[in-house]
Design a protein. Structure first.
Length: 220
């Protein structure tokens, strides 16, 4: 039995979990291209053989970290979408859908203190993925599509381009709100230390205000 197999038998989840945690930290800080696999493994207190056993490659590890993020947010988000879609049409539904889209991310990044995943999403949005990372982007689409279709139901006359623009701007607000540099600049307090509900309320209100104007959804 190889050393890696012995390690896996003795510690089936511990090594993999440590690598994922360290990888989220490094990919969040440096992006895919800038992160060093050697430094990730040093933080995880393991070696290349273990990383290859669990993930196959650096790209495989990156995919696994993104999958872990969505595994921790997807089911909750879909359940919240189900509830939001029962809201009255127009602004009430727009608000409910946007809150449903944002809450799981805030609960993970702010509520559970998983700041690495928040930074990781910022880096992911800023990078142009290579071919072997395209499936990571594909994995993001179901939640985006569900949200976009919800917006379409609120404003059936909006074009696909306008809806996609709106979704993109909401995502930008979502991922940047926990790390808003202006809050620290003017108050000395990091936004990731804010109360979860207060930050969620202010970000949703900001996003809905912009979306309602962009899509032409107004109160009667």
């Amino acid at each position: 039995m190889s050393n890696v197999s012995k390690l896996q038998k003795r510690e089936p989840d511990g090594t993999k979990s440590r690598i994922l945690t360290a990888a989220a930290k490094h990919f969040g800080a440096y992006g895919f291209e800038g992160a060093s696999l050697r430094n990730i493994l040093a933080d995880a207190e393991t070696n290349v053989a273990a990383a290859n056993y669990h993930f196959g490659s650096k790209a495989g590890l990156y995919r696994a970290v993104i999958v872990e993020y969505f595994n921790r947010t997807r089911a909750h988000r879909l359940g919240l979408f189900d509830e939001a879609e029962l809201s009255p049409p127009g602004l009430p539904r727009l608000y409910a859908l946007t809150r449903a889209f944002m809450r799981p991310h805030f609960e993970l990044v702010i509520g559970e203190g998983e700041h690495s995943y928040g930074r990781l999403l910022i880096k992911l949005l800023a990078e142009t993925p290579s071919a072997d990372l395209q499936e990571v982007v594909d994995g993001i689409r179901p939640s985006q599509t569900r949200y976009l279709e919800g917006l379409r139901a609120c404003q059936p006359h909006a074009s696909d381009e306008l809806l996609a623009t709106g979704v993109g701007l909401v995502i930008a607000a979502l991922v940047h709100a926990p790390f808003n540099p202006s809050l620290y600049m003017f108050t000395g307090r990091p936004s990731c230390d804010q109360d979860l509900e207060s930050l969620l309320d202010s970000t949703v209100s900001f996003a809905v205000g912009g979306l309602s104007n962009l899509l032409g959804i107004h109160t009667d």
